[in-house]
Ligand binder design. Structure first.
Ligand code: PBG
Ligand code: ZN
Length: 341
C-alpha cells in the first residue's frame, strides 16, 4: 500500500479511472436501468367503446374506447407492460357541480375496469381519481357558492369515487385532486368496505401547479372553465410544502408517493426518496414534457430514444422507482430482448 502511494506521488500522477468497457460502465449504473417494472402507462378511455381519437397536441397518443384499447394494449402486455393508469373522458355524460359522472355505472372507467381485469389478468390497473373531468366548472373540487373550495364535501366525494373504482376492479386508486385529507378519507373508506388490503393508494403527493399540463387538459377535456389550479396544486418554488405534503400523505396511510411533473422537480424527487426510502416513489412525465421531447426529436435535436432514455435514466438516478410516461410503448419496444433468428 505505502509502496503504491509512494509510486504515484513520485510520478505525480492522478489516479485514473479503471472503468473502460461497456460491462464495467454498466456496473456503475444498475440503479438507473429502465425496465418494464419501472413503467406505468397512462391511457384515456372514452364513452363509445369503438372510439379511437387522436389528441392533436400529443402525437401518437389516442383516446380509446375500451374495445379499441384492448387491441392497443395486447401487444404491449406481450412486450412486458405491467401497469396502466386509467383516465376517463366524457362527452355525453352530464357534467355538474359535484362531478356525479365520475362514479356512475355508465362512466367509461367504471365500465372498462371489469373488462380490463378479465382480458389482462396480469396487468395492474391504476385509476386516476379526480373531479375535474366530470364537474361543470372543470375544477378538481366541489366549490362553495362564492367559488372557494368546500374541502369537506370534496374529500367525501373523492373517497366515494375511489370506492366505486375499487369495487369495479381497480388495483390502485390515485387521487390527483390535491384536497387536504383525501388520502386518509380514501384509506378509511376502503378499510370500512373491507378493501383496505386489496386496493392500494398511490397519492399524487407532490403535484405542482404547472405550465406542463396543457396537452392533457385537451386530451381529458378537463380544463377549468375559470381561474386556475393554484389554490390547490403546490407552488412550484415550494420544496418545503412538497415535503410536508408527502409527510402528510405518509401519515394518512398512502402506499406510494408521486412527484409531478418531474423535469423541473428532480430535486424534490431526490428529497422525497431520501426522506422515505421505504416508499415507492413515482414520477409523472406529464403531457407537456411528452410533447416537448417529441417536438425536440422531430426537429432533429436528438434521436428520440437517445434523448428520452437519458432523461428517464436521470429520474431513476435521482430516486424514481416508477416512471409514468406516455412513451411506455416505445420504451418497451426498445428494451425488449431482441432474439436473433
Ligand atoms: C387532473 C390531472 C391532471 C393531470 C393528471 N390528472 C391535470 C391537471 O391537474 O390539470 C396531468 C397529466 C398530464 O399533464 O399528463 N387532476
Ligand atoms: Zn383534477
Amino acid at each position: 500500500m505505502s509502496e503504491v502511494r509512494a509510486y504515484s506521488v513520485k510520478r505525480n500522477r492522478i489516479l485514473q479511472s479503471g472503468i473502460f468497457n461497456e460491462t464495467l460502465r454498466g456496473w456503475q449504473s444498475s440503479k438507473c436501468d429502465v425496465t418494464a417494472k419501472n413503467l406505468m402507462y397512462p391511457v384515456f378511455i372514452t364513452e363509445n367503446d369503438d372510439d379511437e381519437q387522436d389528441v392533436p397536441s400529443m402525437p401518437g397518443v389516442k383516446r380509446y374506447g375500451v374495445d379499441k384499447l384492448r387491441g392497443h394494449l395486447e401487444p404491449l402486455v406481450r412486450d412486458g407492460l405491467l401497469a396502466i393508469l386509467v383516465f376517463g373522458v366524457v362527452d355525453n355524460l352530464p357534467k355538474n357541480e359535484s362531478g356525479d359522472g365520475a362514479d356512475r355505472p355508465d362512466n367509461p372507467v367504471v365500465r372498462a375496469l371489469p373488462k380490463l381485469r378479465r382480458w389482462f389478468p396480469d396487468l395492474t390497473v391504476a385509476c386516476d381519481v379526480c373531479l375535474c373531468p366530470y364537474t361543470s366548472h372543470g375544477h378538481c373540487a366541489i366549490l362553495h357558492r362564492d367559488g372557494t373550495i368546500d374541502n369537506d364535501a370534496s374529500v367525501e366525494r373523492i373517497a366515494q369515487i375511489a370506492l366505486a373504482y375499487a369495487k369495479a376492479g381497480a388495483h390502485i386508486v390515485a387521487p390527483s385532486d390535491m384536497m387536504d385529507g383525501r388520502v386518509g378519507a380514501i384509506k378509511q373508506t376502503l378499510v370500512d368496505h373491507k378493501l383496505g388490503n386489496v386496493v392500494s393508494v398511490l397519492s399524487y403527493s407532490c403535484k405542482f401547479a404547472s405550465a406542463f399540463y396543457g396537452p392533457f387538459r385537451e386530451a381529458a377535456k378537463s380544463s377549468p372553465a375559470f381561474g386556475d389550479r393554484k389554490r390547490y396544486q403546490l407552488p412550484p418554488d415550494a420544496a418545503g410544502i412538497a415535503l410536508r405534503a408527502a409527510a402528510r400523505d405518509v401519515a394518512e396511510g398512502a402506499d406510494m408517493l408521486m412527484v409531478k411533473p418531474i423535469m423541473a422537480y428532480a430535486d424534490v424527487l431526490k428529497q422525497v426518496k431520501d426522506q422515505y426510502p421505504e416508499y415507492p416513489v413515482f414520477v409523472y412525465q406529464v403531457s407537456g414534457e411528452f410533447a416537448m421531447i417529441y417536438n425536440a426529436a422531430r426537429d432533429g435535436i436528438f434521436r428520440l430514444q437517445d434523448g428520452l432514455m437519458e432523461i428517464l435514466r436521470g429520474y431513476r438516478r435521482a430516486g424514481a422507482d416508477v416512471i409514468i410516461t406516455y412513451y411506455a410503448p416505445q420504451i418497451l419496444d426498445w428494451i425488449r430482448p431482441k432474439h436473433k433468428l
